[in-house]
Write a protein that binds this ligand. Structure first.
Ligand code: IFM
Length: 515
């Protein structure tokens, strides 16, 4: 796997945990090939979820809304990126996407028919503040106000992510996330949302996958704004986001007494390549950098020990007092699970090919894979089957991750904010147009059984959001990946619930898996 491919695959993950691996434990489901490390068929059959468990699905504004320039919306960095020739596979854009801006009543009816109780969506910042600061676009607010009302009328909890990567281009023009002024701008935006929507939306996550958008956008430049600024720019951007997380927490709470604020971090459990002390220490650094970098700073107001040497505070632009700004008692912890990592120590040697030596997730190419700060080497193993997006299916990882967070953060309330897989199944005419995506059911069933096992073992998990409600714009991959439990025909916007969506709907009604 080359560097680009590895990084692409890294989109759905970020980080790891020092955890012992578990042996092969038998078949995963009656109609599924055995997944190494999988849970047994008997455990799947007996898995139960508590009554009141919040079965949900997730999307993000740029990936589904379309209406990119309607009703006063400003340009986002993803508009700019997708409108630039050569950036997105197939020249795809999110200009129309799933047109959820117009079709949300239909999508909400669909979710209701699948017995869903939570919908995690994101708000497009440039729809609310076209220039990123100052004047509020009332039409943008009205849209999300109608969306929240329609969800509540359908008995579905609105879970709002404030930022799922579509930064107003105007703010990028002012330096983007490395500019610490953005922390204050973001808090203003958060306060506006909480003031106008906080009587109906009570569950807020400031950022989706902060490691990914800061690292991809400012460290290595494979996502907009395409700045390959190296480790320094990444750390600066990440520091502003940590400040913004704290500032927005307080702004939301100040504007809405009912608000609860948590997170939507990308995480991946990490396992040491060998039992050596060096590899175990590398796993700890991976975990600190890729899983804990935004969580620990919020809960404790301090950066985790992600670095082989001293924490590079100067490089981050850290100022005295920042620890107080970053520290906020999150009400619950939300994270995604897609796949895992095997981590080893990268040693002392600098990159030998003369290229920049930065990077926190490192591909198999040893020569390019050293960085002077975290010094670990992370690989995605291929022991389990791969999805069509090339991610290893490893259900056991969700158990390990949930139990780790449960241990390390004193049994917090947990929400799984995303989990899912891309398979390219399409409607089959000979069977009335149904979408027989058996592999997706075979993905979800053991993952959910592992989650039920974690709950049985004491984890306080209250929600699971499958990614995604709809096939949608998969960032630089355009429409070439399909993560939806509902098939979308992008020619006419027709939605067809896949077999996996129908199955998930039955699971949501029954709180069990062998259906
Ligand atoms: O589509 C993305 C989503 O935006 C963030 N988490 C991973 C998903 C699949 O790659």
């Amino acid at each position: 796997m080359d560097r680009r491919q590895f990084l692409k695959n890294s989109l759905a993950t970020a980080g790891g945990a020092l955890l012992a691996s578990r042996g092969v434990a038998g078949a995963v489901s009656p109609n599924q090939e055995q997944i190494p490390g999988g849970i047994s068929a008997a455990e799947i059959a007996s898995a139960r979820f508590p009554s009141g468990f919040l079965w949900g699905m997730a999307t993000a504004s740029y990936q589904v809304e379309g209406a990119w320039n309607l009703d006063g919306k400003g340009e986002s960095i993803w508009d700019r990126f997708s409108h630039t020739v050569g950036k997105v596979k197939g020249g795809a854009t999110g200009d129309v996407a799933c047109d959820q801006y117009h079709l949300y009543p239909q999508d909400i009816a669909l979710m209701k028919s699948l017995n869903l109780k939570s919908y995690r969506f994101s708000i497009s910042w440039p729809r609310i503040q076209p220039a990123g600061t100052g004047a509020v676009n009332q039409k943008g607010l009205d849209h999300y106000s109608r969306l929240a009302d329609a969800l509540l009328a359908a008995g579905i909890r609105p879970f709002c992510t404030l930022y799922h990567w579509d930064l107003p281009q105007a703010l990028e023009d002012r330096g983007g996330w490395p500019n610490r002024d953005l922390a204050g701008f973001f808090a203003d935006y958060a306060g506006i949302l909480a003031k106008h929507l906080g009587d109906r939306i009570t569950v807020w996550a400031p950022f989706n996958m902060p490691w990914t958008f800061t690292y991809f956008g400012y460290g290595i430049g494979i996502h907009p704004p395409c700045k390959a600024g190296g480790y320094g720019e990444f750390l600066k951007a990440a520091h502003t986001v940590n400040l913004a997380q704290g500032e927005s927490f307080r702004a939301i709470k100040a504007a809405s007494s009912q608000a609860t604020v948590g997170s939507a971090y990308g995480m991946a459990p990490a396992y040491p390549k060998t039992d050596s002390e060096a590899d175990r220490a590398a796993v700890a650094r991976y975990n600190a950098m890729n899983n804990d970098y935004f969580l620990r700073t919020a809960i404790y107001g301090e950066y985790p020990k992600a670095f082989a040497g001293e924490t590079p505070f100067e490089l981050m632009g850290f100022k005295p007092g920042d620890e107080k700004i970053m520290k906020v008692p999150l009400d619950w912890i939300g994270f995604h699970y897609y796949t895992r990592r095997i981590v080893s120590d990268a040693g002392d040697s600098a990159a030998s090919n003369g290229q920049a030596t930065f990077g926190t997730e490192i591909e198999n190419d040893q020569s390019a894979g050293r960085d002077p700060y975290t010094r670990f080497h992370a690989e995605m193993p291929t022991e389990g089957p791969l999805t069509d997006a090339g991610l290893e299916v490893w259900p056991r990882g969700v158990y390990d991750l949930v139990m780790q967070i449960t241990r390390e953060y004193n049994r917090p309330i947990i929400e799984i904010t995303e989990s899912g897989c891309s398979y390219l199944d399409t409607p089959y005419e000979k069977e009335n147009g149904r979408v027989p995506d058996t592999r997706r059911i075979d993905f979800f069933r053991p993952h959910l059984a592992e989650l039920a096992r974690a709950i049985k073992d004491g984890a306080n998990v209250r929600a699971y959001h499958a990614w995604s409600l709809l096939d949608n714009f998969e960032w630089a991959d355009g429409y070439s990946q399909r993560y939806g439990l509902t098939y979308v025909d992008f020619r006419d916007q027709k939605r067809t619930v896949k077999d996996s969506g129908l199955w998930y709907g039955r699971v949501a009604a029954a709180n069990e898996l062998n259906l």
